[in-house]
Design a protein around this ligand. Sequence first.
Ligand code: FES
Length: 570
Amino acid sequence: MTQHGYAKGLTNYGDPEFSKFLRGAFLRQMGFDREDYEKPIVGIVNTYSELNPCHRGFIELAPAVRRGVLEAGGLPVELPTISLGETFLHPTSMLFRNLMAIDTEEMVRAHPLDAVVLMGGCDKTTPAQLMGAASANLPAVFLAAGSMLTGDWQGERLGACTDCRRLWGEYRGGRIGEREIDAIQGQLMPTAGTCMVMGTASTMACVSEALGMMVPGGASPPAAYADRLRIGVESGRTAVRLAQSGLAPERIMTPEAFENAIRVLLAIGGSTNGVVHLTAMAGRLGIVIEPDAFDRLSEDTPMIVNLKPSGAYYMEDFHKAGGMRVVLHALKDKLHLDCLTVSGRTWRELLDEPFTHPDWQDVIYPASAPLQEKGGMVILRGNLAGDGAVLKRSAASPELMQHTGRAVVFDSLEDLSARIDAPELDVTPDDVLVLRNAGPIGAPGMPESGYIPIPRKLAQQGVKDMVRISDARMSGTAYGTIVLHIAPEAAVGGGLALVNSGDRIELDVARRGLNVLLDDATLARRREQWRPPELATPRGYLKLHREQVQQAHLGCDLAFLRPPERHRIR
Ligand code: FES
């Protein structure tokens, strides 16, 4: 008989009855009694950390979840795991996403839990928790922190971190001064919560709801709203029902559910990081998402959400406009409606409820009159990107979508910082900035440095965008004509490794091409001469990462954590 509650997964002393007796004694130490022994145990995985400001609101949100669990007759127990605060980690939070996924998987599996509420939200925490939940296959509800409210500077709304980058660009260009930038710094993150544009955190929240792993309506309420607390309570209740029904992630995160999530990623103009994270999450269930699937679905999915960095508004506006319910209704004809959600109901049942598109607003457009006819992302290939690269076309400059320019190559992040602002840098606005050795192995951890700054001397002339290409990622809050996730990366000998400054590079978005204009013989000669970069000898987790991390088109997971392929989304 399958055990549940406190009798599940007993510590092994060779005498199961003693193990149960001893565990009961320790439960009593915490103030529980025999009546509690029978209840489903719901783990509240609380990633509050004073080094993760986006999760500041968990101090208030975790008790709301606890209340929901108690109301539904469960026994709530709170436990910590690793937390990843995006801007507080060196060299990059992405290096630790897989470590957090391992922590989540092992802790929810090892403890006597019947279901979990995973409290996350800051960029990497969402995929890490869902990757862990997928591998552990324990009933789970994902609860996002909710976004920040916007700030204000001289009557202008500010949002992290699109406006951080825009205004820092103005400061670099000399158009605003020290005093102004200091005042702006104090207004960019005015409340608890995650970045309030459609950056990676908001993207992953919306995508998690589309996947079915979140309480319906759970993606959009800002952290400071009462709606967020109510979603917390409902997440607690839902987890108890999941513990009773045994509905596990594998039955929710199906190939069809991932297709729904990709549609939503494209329709909301979501972060390019969503491509890597969805690929990694699916990989944990033996579902391979080919890069070209994003392109295929992008051609057939309208972009309907008008949020920064692609559009004009912020998450609180998205919430007031109806949030994901409106988005899912707009996409209804394109979704797999029989997919189950953690609510125990299918999207068909949820979306069949009476609904009228809120046409009073300018935030979420109907599919019949979208913001853009096609989705926000394209996949590029060519001699620079044999396994693909990503461009967020919704955030790019239309006049640069077809562009040929001279390469200006930076060999590493250190080289970039040392030379990008040098007055003697040989660069013009028509050039293509190239950053290499910034991928999963080379950097390591594939940092968000693909948003290569415009060289200061060009910024001072008013240049706002240039074609920039790299094997790095980019923050979901950034924008520009920026090609990312080039695979294979330069550090393992990808095409990017063979480019020299002065070569001509062609970006052709219409034909999905990214090529250096060199003949095959020249490329072959350079390949023969190429030597891998010298990387510091790693130890500990970094050693494991370097030995096991996969390339961007596979989601940058650790190879040994992925089960064999069961399904392929092409
Ligand atoms: Fe945490 Fe942006 S830094 S969501």
